[in-house]
Design a binder for this molecule. Structure first.
Ligand code: BGC
Length: 793
């Protein structure tokens, strides 16, 4: 079925597509992202594209030589500086303390001098060049052949990884080979603490600082090793960073190590390279951070990480890297046959989600992972609704860790609820340390829906993994405290026939703020309240000891639970016959945005129009009602979902990258194949094609996770809402096959969709029954079961 969308929307999609000649820059390759010629204009974007990370440590994909560079450096998940938010016009309860991820000491820098002249990519005569990120082994490689102004040719080969096995370690290898004549080379391997950059006018970019953020502590160097200790000015965090080296090839004529307390260190190796010989430096870099503790402790830890890495050597670390990546693909690869460019884009997205989460133990998932400072390293709802779905179906243990981290912020959320005058807990819209860091309350703090998103993800986790442990422990408290927030926030309104209303909140669409009865919020709050009621009933009947503890610790009363039930039952969902579910109470009263008079280059609107101008119109930044029709789709008919899509989709600008993936999922659900496909194209290329023009600030991890949703929840139509696993496969005409593995309640399932059938194979775990279209299929290990494609259901 086709779906009519405005010509303007098409024009905008086309314009985004034209913006970056991505296919020219990245030749199609199913497993690698390749920059086949040096592209100075793409330096900012490629620092994110080629970022390597393990979820704890991230290195921007800057060139080793340190230039040309845009925002080079290293990021540690959660390592942030705090600063007082100053409001020229203050108000009660506004967020007080900003939190910004800090660009820590950069261990990627390795500079090369040949006959005392620096090798600089920007001015070098390059004879051959290739840089590639290999998604099969997690290694970034570069090979450059260049000719010095005096005509001598050299080859520089480098590679880099951030270890997925050892979260504090990164390894680089830098090799220089002389081709024509004997040359004197000096390789300077460095630790550099960059000066902070200034703030940009784009609210989505990272915040800059004036003055130093990292203050010097200790500095030591000897042999081939150097170590630095630094600490932040205000947030009370301490950092240790160290490097050590192994030299191979031509004998070094000198090796000198130095470290300066200001936060820099160098190990300089000199050698004379005869033609055909090379000098290779393997550089191990270690990072540790913590709250300020006993002096020297972190440096000792960095020393130990280096000792161990040197003992084992590069090969061992690289082998482990390959193993981790292979295991990841085994659990998570989605194969798209018949669309090679899309296959590459899909793997790129999944790879970055892996890099953002793999070793994030005890930490959150920043909106940009550790690929850039965009959105200041903050954790948003992106985690629960865009990353967690992928994790629960591919790496349940990791999903649990991520959710445990959020649950661990409950006390801060309780304090925040008190600050803004509520009972229960209010999770911050954006944060690193658990405190609200959003300085713009209308599009920030007012997004109370994050409470329901967290509660929803907890239930989702339990349903899909079959693991009740998280709900039994921290999850129970979170469900109770978030339910309390909703009943305190809303009220039974006489004006709405005694229905429960929630006023003055912002839904996911940030182009309508502080509205009454945002449907997304109310529907999700209803889910939250029902989940809390079910939880209390379940504990009361099956886990009496836990129930008693919950009652005594949280002072839970029966009447309270009765109120949650009643609020859920009587939840007001704004509705109008001609539209179906209304985005909010007054949505239809607003004037429709003049899309036809909006120049195509005025998107995203947030950079070209005053917020009030946006708030006065029917114009949507990102899927809002459409998103909730996906989340609560078991409560709605396909007709209701289609009606919502028909109304809201033409108003949706997709100015947030969290939109296209969800629009694709829902378009699939309502059989708008073309729209589903087009939105999928947008979603999966957000960063590879720099569709939103800000990949330089980091990879959009929520959209990357959303790509998986568009494939699995969209084209394969997977749903699990009622404890059953259901599929409604619709393979895009352009593809031959779609194949993916899926974890479900301790089992591994493989799904293979072709044009005429879908085959389900249980790889391990107990036999069970799934629903294909409306038909039950019983699956047993070793017995693949094929079901025909049926366009009619
Ligand atoms: C979106 C939010 C999202 C944030 C971080 C914003 O543009 O509107 O929904 O959480 O980006 O990704």
């Amino acid at each position: 079925m086709r779906h009519a969308r405005s010509a303007r929307l098409h024009e905008r999609i086309e314009q985004r597509r034209r913006r970056t000649p991505s296919e020219r820059i990245f030749p199609i390759d199913p497993w690698r992202i390749v920059e086949s010629r040096f592209s100075p204009d793409l330096v900012p974007q490629l620092e994110s594209t080629f970022a390597t990370s393990n979820g704890y440590l991230g290195l921007r994909g800057a060139h080793e030589e340190g230039a040309p560079a845009h925002d080079p450096g290293a990021l540690l998940n959660g390592f942030h500086e705090t600063w007082p938010i100053v409001y020229p016009e203050d108000a009660y309860g506004l967020a007080r303390t900003g939190q910004t991820i800090v660009n820590v000491t950069d261990g990627t820098v390795i500079r090369l001098f040949v006959e005392d002249e620096p090798f600089e990519l920007a001015s070098a005569r390059i004879l051959r060049y290739e840089r590639s990120l290999d998604m099969r082994d997690g290694i970034l490689r570069r090979e450059v052949e260049w000719q010095t102004p005096r005509g001598q040719r050299l080859v520089v080969r480098s590679r880099r990884l951030v270890s997925l096995q050892r979260r504090h370690l990164a390894v680089m290898r830098y090799e220089v080979e002389s081709l024509d004549e004997t040359l004197h080379v000096a390789v300077s391997s460095e630790l550099v603490t960059h000066e902070p950059l200034a703030s940009s006018a784009d609210p989505r970019a990272g915040r800059g600082f004036t003055g130093r953020v990292l203050l010097p502590g200790s500095a030591e160097a000897s042999g081939t090793r150097a170590l630095l200790g630094l600490h932040t000015r205000s947030s009370g965090l301490e950092l240790a960073c160290g490097m050590d080296h192994v030299l191979e090839g031509a004998p070094a004529s000198s090796v000198q190590a130095e470290a300066q307390e200001g936060g820099s260190a160098q190990v300089v190796v000199m050698a004379d390279l005869e033609p055909g010989t090379s000098l290779a430096l393997t550089k191990f870099v270690a990072y540790h951070y913590d709250r300020v503790g006993p002096p020297g402790d972190l440096v000792t830890r960095a020393n130990r990480t280096l000792d161990r890495a040197l003992t084992d050597g590069l090969e061992v670390v690289e082998q482990a890297q390959r193993r981790h990546v292979e295991e990841f693909w085994e659990r998570s690869d989605v194969q798209v046959d018949g669309a090679a460019a899309l296959q590459q884009a899909v793997r790129f997205d999944l790879f970055h989600v892996m890099q953002a989460t793999h070793r994030a133990e005890g930490l959150g998932v920043p909106a940009k992972g550790l690929t850039g400072r965009g959105y200041e390293g903050h954790y948003f709802w992106d985690t629960e609704l865009f990353v967690v779905p992928f994790l629960i179906h591919t790496d349940p243990q990791l999903a649990r860790q991520v959710l445990e981290f959020r649950c661990g912020l409950l006390d801060a959320a309780r304090r925040r609820a008190r600050e803004v005058g509520h009972a229960g807990a209010l999770f911050p819209w954006r944060t690193i340390n658990g405190e609200e860091a959003s300085a713009y309350y209308a599009a920030g703090t007012a997004q109370y829906h994050i409470d329901a998103d967290v509660a929803y993800a907890l239930g989702w986790y339990a349903r899909v993994t079959g693991d009740d442990g998280l709900l039994l422990e921290q999850g129970a408290n979170v469900l109770v405290e978030t339910a309390r927030l909703w009943v305190d926030l809303g009220f039974f309104s006489e004006y709405q026939d005694g229905h429960f209303v929630i006023n003055g909140v912002t839904g996911p669409d940030e182009y309508s703020t502080v509205v009454d009865n945002n449907a997304y919020t109310n529907l999700m709050a209803r889910e939250n309240l029902r989940a809390a009621v079910r939880l209390v009933e379940w504990l009361g009947s099956e886990h009496l000891e836990r129930y008693t503890r919950l009652v005594s610790e949280l002072g839970l009363a029966d009447e309270e639970v009765a109120t949650w039930r009643k609020a859920a039952e009587l939840m007001h969902i704004p509705y109008a016959e001609e539209v179906g579910i209304l985005q909010d109470e007054d949505f239809l009263m607003r004037e429709r945005w003049p899309f036809d008079d909006t120049p195509v280059d005025h998107y995203p609107l947030l950079l070209h129009y005053h917020p009030l101008e946006l708030y006065r119109h029917q114009v949507i930044k990102q899927a809002d009602v459409v998103m909730v029709t996906y989340l609560v789709n078991n409560k709605l008919t396909r007709e209701e979902i289609r009606k919502a899509f028909d109304y809201y989709d033409p108003l949706t600008t997709g100015d947030s990258t969290l939109s296209a993936c969800i629009q694709s999922v829902v378009a699939s659900e309502v059989d708008y194949e073309l729209a589903a496909y087009e939105y999928f194209l947008q979603a999966c290329s957000v960063d590879l094609a720099d569709m939103h023009g800000n990949t330089a600030d980091g990879i959009h991890i929520a959209s990357s996770g959303g790509t998986w949703l568009a494939l699995v929840a969209g084209f394969a139509g997977m749903r699990d809402r009622d404890g059953e696993l259901r599929f409604r496969p619709r393979l895009p005409d352009q593809w031959e096959r779609l194949r993916f593995p899926l974890r479900f309640q301790g089992r591994t399932l493989e799904v293979v969709m072709t044009r005429d059938r879908t085959t389900y194979e249980l790889r391990d775990g107990e036999a069970f029954t799934i629903v294909h279209e409306d038909r039950e299929l019983h699956l047993e290990v070793g017995q693949p079961t094929a079901a025909p494609f049926s366009a009619s259901s």
